[in-house]
Design a protein around this ligand. Structure first.
Ligand SMILES: Nc1ncnc2c1ncn2[C@@H]1O[C@H](COP(=O)(O)OP(=O)(O)OP(=O)(O)O)[C@@H](O)[C@H]1O
Ligand SMILES: [Mg+2]
Length: 290
């Protein structure tokens, strides 16, 4: 161990002799997969960050640690603009990161993620987008439609309107959110498929929910033996465009068999996918560190 002055906390702190990986908002299992490294768990909501432009330090109630790499596992939390700055520090210092900070920044917001996927040529649903409550009043989607507010995951901030009365209520409700609002057609889907890509490998999982959202109250999740060609091509195109290490793409297959992309997740959950997917993610970061 070597001692160093940490300007961020104005304390003498210790740097680990083993390379240290900061796991940001990660599941508690990662230290098993990084056995030759020190794993430093931290929460984006409570961590403080310091960089001298070359090295990066993270501070929280457990202390201050110099970190050598980042595993970004930030899931369904309210993403504050300040968190973008954390990613900019990582990008500035060039710290190895999965996904790369640049990829995470491009997908940070739902609208920027849509734009990236549009450029990559993926099939997006038509969108009405409104900022400000007078604009929300102007939205006139055909019914049924799905209203989505701001930048949330895990089904949050999303509601289906099947009648004019529900749509009017939703317009009133989203007034309170003070965020951008989108409206898109509700797809009566044959299947909801999450494609997970890590490096050059792709897995696909069909999901069924108790209600219309397949990702909440999921009652069935089946891994597909074969990935439909179109979905494999779309997933590869998204990975290449974003220069990503890992993505989770959510597709709907409509009644005519056409696929629509709902979203590209830059920090997808791994549950329901084979156990070795976590190892593949860990190996990817280790390769970047070597
Ligand atoms: N336009 C739509 N038509 C039909 N179903 C939809 C539509 N949009 C979303 N859904 C359903 O709701 C689920 C969640 O939607 P979406 O993937 O857009 O949001 P999310 O909550 O951010 O997801 P995640 O937790 O994967 O980040 C989808 O998997 C799908 O089952
Ligand atoms: Mg989703």
């Amino acid at each position: 161990m070597s001692s160093q002055w940490d300007a961020a906390s104005a304390k003498i702190v210790h740097a680990n002799s083993k390379a240290t990986i900061a796991v940001v908002n990660g599941e508690p299992r990662w230290d098993e997969l990084f056995s030759r490294y020190t794993v430093r768990y931290c929460q984006l909501q409570t961590a403080q960050w310091y960089s001298d432009g070359k090295e990066v330090w993270v501070t929280d109630r457990t202390g201050t640690t110099r970190i050598d790499a980042i595993l970004w596992r930030v899931g369904a939390i309210r993403l504050l603009p300040l968190y973008r700055s954390v990613l900019e520090i990582i990008r500035f210092t060039g710290l190895p990161s999965v996904n790369p900070a640049e990829t995470l920044l491009r997908c940070f917001d739902r609208l920027s993620m849509y734009n990236e996927m549009k450029i990559a040529g993926l099939p997006l649903l038509p969108q009405q987008i409104a900022i400000g409550h007078r604009s929300v009043e102007k939205m006139n989607p055909n019914l049924p439609c799905v209203i989505k507010v701001g930048n949330f995951h895990a089904g949050y901030g999303k509601a289906r309107a099947t009648s004019e009365e529900m749509l009017a209520d939703l317009r009133d409700l989203v007034f309170a959110a003070d965020d951008y609002v989108t409206a898109e057609p509700f797809v009566t889907y044959r299947s909801d498929i999450r494609c997970l890509a890590i490096g050059s490998k792709i897995w696909a999982m069909k999901r069924k929910g108790a209600a219309w959202k397949a990702n909440t109250q999921t009652v069935e999740a089946t891994l597909l033996d074969q990935i439909p060609d179109a979905l494999g091509d779309y997933t590869t195109a998204a990975m290449r465009h974003l220069r990503a290490d890992i993505v989770g793409l959510d597709f709907l297959e409509d009644e005519e068999g056409k696929y629509w992309l709902l979203e590209c997740n830059d920090t997808p959950g791994l549950s329901g996918f084979p156990e070795d997917t976590a190892q593949s993610v860990a190996d990817c970061l280790k390769r970047k560190m070597s």
